[in-house]
Design a protein. Structure first.
Length: 454
């Protein structure tokens, strides 16, 4: 009789090892290898040729006519924007975020609005009782919405219930880490259980045409907990970002098979739940009646939406011998070090004896490389104590050679800045736009000379 193969699966990264070890060789985490039952190794399995004996798969031409998938709007415009227009029938969406950020609140609001619009919606909670969900819905003013609630963790029970009669248009699973499949051994939340439970729910969505939304926990690093393959299995991955101490939340599309990526939806946490923010640029700008040193406005681009944010820099000179500190909130610390190095090497400015603090106002996190020039402007302004013109926006990418490189969608950024009353733009040379006074620069040294009035 063939012996079952033993294998050990890391609960942190999903790697498989043939023997147990105290530390995972791939992710270096300790005490994360757990034994799982493997398949039987038989001579037939080892020698069998897979080139015959299967069913013939139908192949179609790439240019064959295709039907666009139908979408159901959630009733929340910012959520539909991040999804690319709404929930696609038969799709699987994964939404992750920090605890308490508002994932369950947002999905409960979307489920209630879809149910009030006449769609069949099922909300399955594995973390809360049905009465807790009802109380939250009453606090949000959605207690009369005909949403079908259940508190369950067994995937078999959930799929058996959903398969009775007409399948729901939307199924919310909160959360996938609490689901359990009896097809394999393991506690809920382990790599094998998350993968198996998600696979069964996604297969139900594809076969029955329901839009399934899976809520995912995140690790301390902000990544979605469980196997990385979970993000490959679903059609859309949404990330709910923001600081719990701040009012505003950003829903970002990291993956979307039915739409564009990097689209965002902006929400404000209020007493009545998450409220949509139609004009996010006005939120991330502070009102300045007079010039403030170390502050500049940057038109960021998220997908097709320009968002104006304020970048603030504080430069503090230290006594000789003290170790300077670099602190960054809302931007990449490595990119700040690069901008500081280029300013010292190409422009003759010295930050080695200064502490530098950089902040993006409003809890927004900037990932656009065009923020380099705006950060440089804030740093130069803070060092020289000369304010950047309050009516100007700044954007451009800085190369290590000191060259200011052009960025994408400059007219779209300028149009948004013009709508909010800005009259001038400091940007790379050659950029074009209408309705604003443009000042183009080819090198960072020219830009610094302009700011310092040399």
């Amino acid at each position: 009789m063939a012996k079952p193969q033993k294998r050990y699966v890391c609960q942190a990264c999903g790697s498989v090892a043939s023997r147990w070890a105290g530390q995972c060789a791939d992710c270096a985490e300790w005490n994360t290898l757990v034994e799982e039952a493997g398949t039987l190794a038989t001579p037939f399995q080892a020698k069998h040729n897979l080139q015959g004996g299967g069913r013939v798969v139908t192949l179609t031409a790439l240019n064959a006519p295709a039907v666009l998938p139908e979408r159901r709007t959630s009733g929340i415009a910012e959520l539909d924007r991040a999804l690319g227009g709404g929930f696609v029938e038969g799709s699987a969406t994964l939404i992750g975020g920090d605890p308490g950020i508002g994932k369950s609140t947002l999905l409960l609001q979307a489920a209630a609005r879809m149910a009030l619009a006449g769609a069949s919606v099922a909300y399955i909670s594995g973390e809360e009782a049905a009465d807790q969900v009802r109380l939250r819905a009453q606090r949000l003013g959605l207690g009369d919405a005909p949403v079908q609630l259940a508190a369950a963790t067994s995937v078999r029970d959930i799929l058996t219930t959903l398969s009775m009669g007409q399948p729901p248009a939307l199924v919310v699973i909160d959360s996938i880490q609490t689901m359990h499949s009896d097809l394999i051994e393991g506690a809920p939340g382990t790599v094998s259980q998350v993968r198996a439970s998600a696979g069964e729910l996604i297969r139900f969505a594809k076969e029955r045409g329901s839009a399934v939304v899976l809520v995912g926990h995140v690790t301390k690093d902000g990544a979605i907990a469980g196997p990385r393959v979970l993000e490959h299995m679903v059609d859309t991955v949404l990330s709910f970002e923001g600081e719990r101490s701040h009012q505003y939340r950003i829903l970002r599309a990291n993956k979307n098979r039915f739409g564009g990526t990097d689209e965002i939806g902006v929400f404000a946490m209020e007493a009545g739940g998450l409220a949509e923010v139609a004009n996010p640029s006005a939120l991330f700008l502070t009102h300045r009646d007079e010039g403030v040193t170390g502050a500049t406005v940057f038109p960021a681009l998220e997908g097709t939406r320009p968002v104006l944010v304020e970048i603030q820099a504080l430069v503090v000179r230290l006594a000789s011998g003290a170790t300077p500190r670099r602190s960054v909130v809302g931007w990449d610390a490595g990119r700040l070090a690069m901008v500081l190095a280029v300013l010292e090497a190409r422009c003759g400015l010295s930050f080695s004896a200064c502490e530098v603090y950089l902040n993006v106002a409003g809890g927004y996190r900037v990932q656009d490389p065009a923020a380099d020039l705006a950060v440089a402007a804030a740093l130069v302004s803070g060092l020289s104590e000369r304010p950047v013109p309050a009516e100007a926006v700044v954007f451009g990418e800085i190369a290590l050679s000191g060259e200011i490189r052009p960025v994408a969608h400059a007219p779209l950024r300028l149009k948004e800045a013009g709508k909010l009353g800005f009259e001038r733009a400091l940007l790379p040379a050659g950029a074009k736009g209408e309705g604003m006074r443009l000042s183009g620069f080819r090198t960072l040294a020219q830009f610094v000379d302009h700011l310092l009035g040399r």
